[in-house]
Design a protein around this ligand. Structure first.
Ligand SMILES: NC(=O)c1ccc[n+]([C@@H]2O[C@H](COP(=O)([O-])OP(=O)(O)OC[C@H]3O[C@@H](n4cnc5c(N)ncnc54)[C@H](OP(=O)(O)O)[C@@H]3O)[C@@H](O)[C@H]2O)c1
Length: 343
C-alpha cells in the first residue's frame, strides 16, 4: 500500500525477485489502473508479471484481507488512520515503513510527532531494526520498520551501548551523529528542497537540534544502555546525491574500544565492518550497511562511520529482511544484491 512511492517501488522490485513471494498486489490511490511498468519504468526488466500488472485502487483494508503480508509505505500519519481496518482485515503480518508506530513511549512520540492518532495500536508493533533484532523478530505480527537516518544511527550506536551497559566504557558528553542524506529520502513528490538547482551542488542542514528520527533513536539508545535519561544528538543534512545516507558517530569518554563494532556484527549477514571508512557509492543498490570504527590509542574517543542505501537498508530492504525473519525464512532470502558502481 503506497506502492507508487519511492519506498513502495523498492518493495515491488525486491518482492518480485523474492523466491518465496508468489503474488504481489500494488495498491495506489493516485496511480490506480495504471501499469506498474509505466510508473516504475526500471521494473519493466522484471518481465510481464511485474511490469504489466496494474495498480489496484482497492481500499487498503480490502487489499489486506487474507494476505500473508501487508506493507504500508504511506506518508507519515496515514498508517495510524488505517491501522484499525487493516488489523480487522486479518493479514498474517503488517510491516509499516512510516514513523507512526516506531516509538512505544507515547510521550516521546508526542514530543516529535504530536499526539498519537492511534495509541491503542502502538503496543502491537515491534521495532524492526533487522540487523540488530535478528531472530527476535520471528513470529512478529506487526513490525515498525525504522527510519533511514535512524537505521544508520542505531547501527553505529548499538556496539557503543553494549560497552556502556557492560561498564567497560563511560561517556563524558552526548554522542553526536552527523548524517547526510540523498534527495530520494524526501519521497516521490517534487519539493523546493529536492528541486535540481536547489540540490545538485548544495549541502544544507535541516531538522536542527530535533530531527524526528531522534525520537526512535533515543528510545532504543535508552533501552540498550539501561539509562532512561541517556541522550544522543542526530545532526541531519541534505546532500547533492539521490540515494544513500552517510553517517558519522563521534563519542568521547573512557575505555572506548573500536573492536566492539566488528565483534557485534561478526555474524550479521548484511553489516560489513571495513578497515577503512566506507564510500557511499559502494553500498548503493544493496541491502548492506558498511561500517568502520576507529578509537584513539587512549580509548578516549571513537569515530564510527556508516553508509547505507536509504531506500533499501533504510526502507524496502530492511522491511523485506524483517518479513523474512518474522516468517522464519532464511534472513537473506531475496536480498543478496550487488551494488552498481559507479552510480
Ligand atoms: N524515502 C525514504 O528514503 C524512506 C526511508 C525509510 C522510510 N520511509 C518512509 O516510508 C514512507 C513512504 O516513503 P516514500 O519516500 O516512498 O514516500 P512517497 O514517495 O511520497 O510515497 C508515499 C506514498 O503514500 C501515498 N500517500 C501519500 N499521501 C497519502 C495520503 N494522504 N493518504 C494515503 N496515501 C498517501 C502516495 O501513494 P498514492 O497517493 O498513490 O496512494 C505516495 O505514493 C514514509 O512514511 C517515509 O517516511 C521513506
Amino acid at each position: 500500500v503506497g506502492a507508487a512511492g519511492f519506498a513502495g517501488g523498492e518493495l515491488l522490485r525486491l518482492l518480485h525477485q523474492h523466491p518465496e513471494v508468489t503474488d504481489v498486489v500494488a495498491v495506489s490511490r493516485s496511480q490506480a489502473g495504471r501499469r506498474v511498468g509505466d510508473v516504475h519504468p526500471a521494473l519493466a526488466s522484471l518481465g510481464a508479471r511485474a511490469a504489466e500488472a496494474r495498480f489496484s485502487g482497492d481500499a487498503p483494508a480490502d487489499a489486506a484481507r487474507e494476505r500473508d503480508v501487508v506493507f504500508l509505505a504511506l506518508e507519515h500519519g496515514e498508517s495510524s488512520y488505517l491501522a484499525e481496518a487493516i488489523f480487522a482485515a486479518g493479514p498474517g503480518l503488517v510491516v509499516d515503513l512510516a514513523a507512526d508506530f516506531r516509538i512505544r513511549d507515547l510521550a516521546l512520540h508526542e514530543r516529535f510527532y504530536g499526539a498519537h492518532v492511534a495509541p491503542a495500536h502502538a503496543a502491537r508493533f515491534v521495532y524492526g531494526l533487522a540487523d540488530v533484532e535478528g531472530e527476535r523478530l520471528r513470529g512478529a505480527a506487526a513490525i515498525a520498520a525504522p527510519g533511514c537516518f535512524a537505521t544508520a544511527a542505531q547501527l553505529a550506536l548499538r556496539p557503543l551501548a553494549a560497552q556502556l551497559a557492560a561498564g567497560s566504557a563511560v561517556l563524558d558528553a552526548i554522542p553526536s551523529l552527523f548524517a547526510i542524506t540523498g534527495s530520494s529520502g524526501a519521497g516521490v513528490k517534487p519539493k523546493a528542497t529536492t528541486h535540481h538547482p536547489a540540490r545538485a551542488s548544495n549541502v544544507f542542514a535541516y531538522g536542527v537540534l530535533g530531527h524526528r528520527h531522534e525520537g526512535e533513536i533515543l528510545e532504543q539508545w535508552r533501552r540498550w544502555t539501561g539509562r532512561a535519561d541517556a541522550r544522543a544528538r542526530l545532526l541531519t543534512h541534505a546532500g547533492p546525491f539521490v540515494r544513500g545516507i552517510h553517517l558519522t558517530l563521534h563519542a568521547s569518554g573512557e575505555g572506548l574500544d573500536a573492536g566492539a563494532w566488528a565483534a557485534a556484527y561478526a555474524d550479521r549477514p548484511f553489516v560489513r565492518v571495513l578497515d577503512c571508512p566506507p564510500d557511499l557509492t559502494h553500498v548503493v543498490g544493496t541491502n548492506d550497511a558498511l561500517v568502520h570504527a576507529a578509537a584513539t590509542p587512549a580509548g578516549d574517543e571513537v569515530q564510527v562511520t556508516v553508509a547505507i542505501d536509504n531506500l533499501i537498508k533504510g526502507a524496502g530492504g530492511q522491511a523485506v529482511q524483517a518479513m523474512n525473519l518474522a516468517l522464519g525464512l532464511p534472513e537473506t532470502t531475496g536480498l543478496r544484491l550487488s551494488g552498481c558502481y559507479p552510480c
